[in-house]
Design a protein around this ligand. Structure first.
Ligand SMILES: [Cu+2]
Length: 164
């Protein structure tokens, strides 16, 4: 490259600047490789938050790892027996969402990179809908799901039918 259109000292300063940027870049990448430093990961990169999951941890005791994403909850249909205690953990794959259960005092933020928690007991059988209550984009109104709380006998039947 010819530098004759630029002052000699200015060209020297520019070359020095580019050289320093290159040295800095190589040093950062080199040290990261040597020290085994990787790019940051997120809670949604790993199980159970990669897809969301209901995990039974005891008799009538569950942990719900709920994933919010544009524009759905995963899972969005949760079937449990009456009398179940569910500990809900929420996180988001993309933008900020909300999580509110109809008829229950549960209202969580669903935030990327963070996990929020609430405990809820479903004593009475029935359907408890839940919705996203933070405007999260064009499909927000379709972001909902349901807890299907079945009487114990019906739940056992459902469990057998679904091979759980
Ligand atoms: Cu929403």
């Amino acid at each position: 490259m010819r530098w004759n259109f630029i002052d000699e000292y200015e060209a020297w300063a520019m070359k020095l600047s580019y050289g320093m940027v290159l040295v800095f870049f190589v040093a950062v990448i080199g040290i990261a490789l040597l020290k085994g430093i990787d790019v940051p990961t997120c809670v949604t990169d790993f199980k159970p938050f990669d897809k969301g999951e209901l995990i039974q941890v005891g008799p009538k005791e569950y942990q719900l790892k709920l994933l919010g994403r544009m524009w759905a909850f995963q899972p969005n249909e949760i079937v449990i027996p009456a009398g179940s205690k569910v500990t809900i953990y929420t996180t988001s794959l993309d933008v900020q969402h909300g999580f509110e259960i109809e008829g229950k005092a549960v209202n969580l933020m669903v935030i990327p990179g963070a996990v929020n928690k609430a405990e809820v007991v479903f004593n009475r059988p029935g359907e408890y809908r839940f919705v996203c209550n933070e405007f999260c984009g064009i499909g927000h109104q379709g972001m909902f799901g349901v807890f299907k709380v079945l009487p114990e006998v019906e739940y056992d039947k459902w469990k057998k039918e679904h091979g759980k």
